[in-house]
Design a protein. Structure first.
Length: 151
């Protein structure tokens, strides 16, 4: 299942229609109800589109707790080598969008972690376990880098 979280209602409607038409199960989550538990499976992903840093941070923490991958949609253009990191442009052609989602869904976790340093993997583990042993700026920096699909 693909869960769409966005503060852009036009994006939500378009992505939902496109992905549903392509055969994916799609759900949406109200951005004001992220604290509520959601039944999910490890192969589920979150499609995130927002410029709100607090929302992005909360979704990444939520995804870590729920063991879900995150694909982040951004306003600018992205090169295709960023697709594996879970970053897509909102300007992605509509006929390419479902194919790219399928490509990202087929990635293994080890493919996502191969570019991380040992320290970054250690911090990611602490973030996922909810340990608060590091300063906040360092945590935010790693959260930005780790917005790749993680499961």
């Amino acid at each position: 299942m693909i869960t769409i979280i966005s503060d852009d209602s036009y994006f939500v409607l378009g992505a939902q229609a496109l992905l549903t038409h392509s055969g994916y199960q799609v759900a949406t989550i109200d951005i004001h109800k992220l604290n509520r538990p959601v039944n999910s499976q490890q192969n589920d992903i979150i499609l995130l589109s927002s410029n709100n840093r607090n929302l992005i941070h909360n979704v990444l923490l939520f995804a870590g707790v729920e063991n879900r991958r995150v694909i982040q949609m951004i306003d600018g253009n992205t090169p295709s080598d960023m697709w594996a990191d879970g970053v897509l442009s909102k300007k992605t052609a509509t006929h390419e969008f479902p194919r790219i989602i399928k490509y990202i869904l087929n990635l293994k976790v080890k493919d996502c972690l191969k570019d991380l340093t040992l320290r970054e993997v250690e911090i990611m583990d602490k973030l996922l376990k909810g340990k608060k042993t590091m300063p906040s700026p360092e945590k935010c920096e790693y959260l930005k880098k780790l917005s790749a699909p993680i499961s």
